[in-house]
Ligand binder design. Structure first.
Ligand code: MG
Length: 260
C-alpha cells in the first residue's frame, strides 16, 4: 500500500496510490490515515491530471529527528569517526517540502549537499519503546533528502542552521506502511547522474534501534519523522539542478534546486 497526500487546488486530501510509475491513480480516502481507518470515498483522480499535485505525505506534528553519521562510509568520507551511539539532531517542521517543490539555497551558504535517506513516519505516541516493539509504533516509511548547508554545518557549533533552514527537508512521494526496511537500496541522482548508491543494511544503527533510542529522549508523536542517515556519496547541488532520491520499494522523490 502507498498513501499519498495531495491537492487539486483546495485543502489537502489523502489517497491510496495505484498503478505503475507514470500511470498512477489516486484512490481518495476519508480523513488522515495516521488517525482514522483507510476508507475510500469512491473518488479516483489521475495523478497526471492538470491541477493534481502531490504534497509532502506528512507534516511532522512536532519534529523531525535526524541521525548523523549512521553509515560508516559516509562518516569516513567527511573525515568523521563512526559514532558509538546514534548522533541525533532536530529539523523543524517548517523545513518540510513535498515532491517537485524547489529546494531554495539560502544566500548565507556556499555549499549545499543532498543526503538521500529512508524516513520513518511515527504512527503512535511513543515513549521509551524497546527496539523489539519499536516498529509497532511506526505508521510507514517514505523518502527524504536531508539537505545540508555543509559549510555552515562545519562552521557553526550546532547543526541547527546548517540542517534546519526552510526547504531543507523534502519528503515523499508517499508513505508505504508495513515495509521490511532491513535491506533497501538508497540512491541519489543529480541531473540523472548517480551520486549515492547504498543499502539500508549498511546502517550502523538499524531503524528499530533508532526509533527506540529517539523515544528515550523525546516523546514521539504521530506524524513525527525520523531520518535514518545517509550513505556515502553526498555532494553539492546548485541552481537549476534536479535532485532525485530513490528508496527501493517506496519511490522517487524529485526536487529542483533554485537560488533566488
Ligand atoms: Mg543526514
Amino acid at each position: 500500500m502507498r498513501i499519498a497526500r495531495f491537492t487539486t487546488g483546495s485543502d489537502p486530501r489523502y489517497a491510496l496510490v495505484e498503478g505503475e510509475p507514470g500511470r498512477e491513480e489516486l484512490v481518495v480516502i476519508t480523513g488522515d490515515p495516521i488517525y482514522t481507518p483507510v476508507q475510500p470515498t469512491g473518488e479516483r483522480v489521475r495523478l497526471d491530471d492538470d491541477g493534481v499535485r502531490l504534497l509532502a505525505p506528512v507534516i511532522p506534528r512536532s519534529k523531525i529527528v535526524g541521525v548523523g553519521r549512521n553509515y560508516a562510509d559516509h562518516a569516513q568520507e567527511l573525515g568523521n569517526e563512526v559514532p558509538s551511539a546514534p548522533l541525533l539532531f532536530l529539523k523543524p517542521n517548517t523545513s518540510v517540502i513535498g515532491p517537485d517543490d524547489p529546494i531554495v539555497l539560502p544566500d548565507w551558504t556556499e555549499r549545499v549537499d543532498h543526503e538521500a535517506e529512508l524516513a520513518v513516519v511515527i504512527g503512535k505516541v511513543t515513549k521509551d519503546v524497546t527496539p523489539e516493539r519499536a516498529l509497532d509504533h511506526v505508521f510507514g516509511f517514505t523518502v527524504a533528502n536531508d539537505v545540508t548547508a555543509r559549510d555552515v554545518q562545519k562552521s557553526d557549533a550546532q547543526w541547527t542552521r546548517g540542517k534546519g533552514f526552510d526547504t531543507s527537508c523534502p519528503l515523499g512521494p508517499w508513505v508505504v506502511p508495513g515495509l521490511d526496511v532491513d535491506d533497501l537500496r538508497v540512491q541519489a541522482r543529480v541531473n540523472g547522474e548517480t551520486r549515492q548508491d547504498g543499502r539500508t543494511s549498511q546502517m550502523i544503527f538499524d531503524t528499530a534501534y533508532l526509533v527506540s533510542y529517539a523515544s528515550e529522549v523525546f516523546t514521539l508523536l504521530p506524524g513525527d519523522v525520523i531520518l535514518t542517515g545517509t550513505p556515502a556519496g553526498v555532494g553539492p547541488v546548485d541552481h537549476r539542478d534536479v535532485v532525485e532520491v530513490e528508496v527501493e520499494e517506496i519511490g522517487v522523490l524529485r526536487n529542483p534546486v533554485v537560488r533566488r
